[in-house]
Design a protein around this ligand. Structure first.
Ligand code: FES
Length: 138
């Protein structure tokens, strides 16, 4: 025969797990909604007036520009050296890191300083006149 206290604890555990599971599932569902797989960076019309636009994509600052060949490209603004936020110089057409003077060209390639790799580049497409940034890297 089972101890009454043990039976009580088993029932309590079962009840707790029934209550706990839906709250865990809803918490997981909430997090998934916050994660974007694509972002509208602007419209073709907007990019006729400006060279670039900045946004935030899944907590990463990004910059979308229309390159000299007329193609839309999007870069993470996180320096690949130690993660500082790089600034885009429209005049020099390059990304400059304020932390250790790393410099990337307009294609995101390292041209000066300590960064070990190019800036992360996101797939960017045009859909119905809108510039869409996709989570996937290129
Ligand atoms: S963090 Fe950018 S050059 Fe060091």
């Amino acid at each position: 025969m089972k101890c009454p206290r043990r039976k009580f604890l088993e029932k309590l555990a079962l009840g707790t797990s029934v209550l706990f599971v839906p709250s865990v599932l809803s918490a997981c569902g909430g997090k998934k909604k916050d994660y974007l797989t694509e972002l509208e960076a602007g419209t073709i019309e907007e990019f006729e007036k400006v060279m670039y636009k900045t946004n935030e994509f899944n907590n990463v600052p990004i910059l979308t520009l229309k390159n000299p060949e007329g193609k839309y490209e999007t870069f993470s603004l996180q320096c690949t050296h130690q993660g500082c936020i790089v600034k885009f110089s429209e005049q020099n057409k390059e990304f400059q890191c304020p932390c250790h003077k790393g410099v990337y060209n307009i294609k995101g390639e390292v041209i000066k300083g300590p960064p070990p790799a190019p800036l992360k580049k996101y797939a960017t497409i045009v859909k119905n006149g809108k510039i869409i940034v996709l989570e996937q890297s290129v």
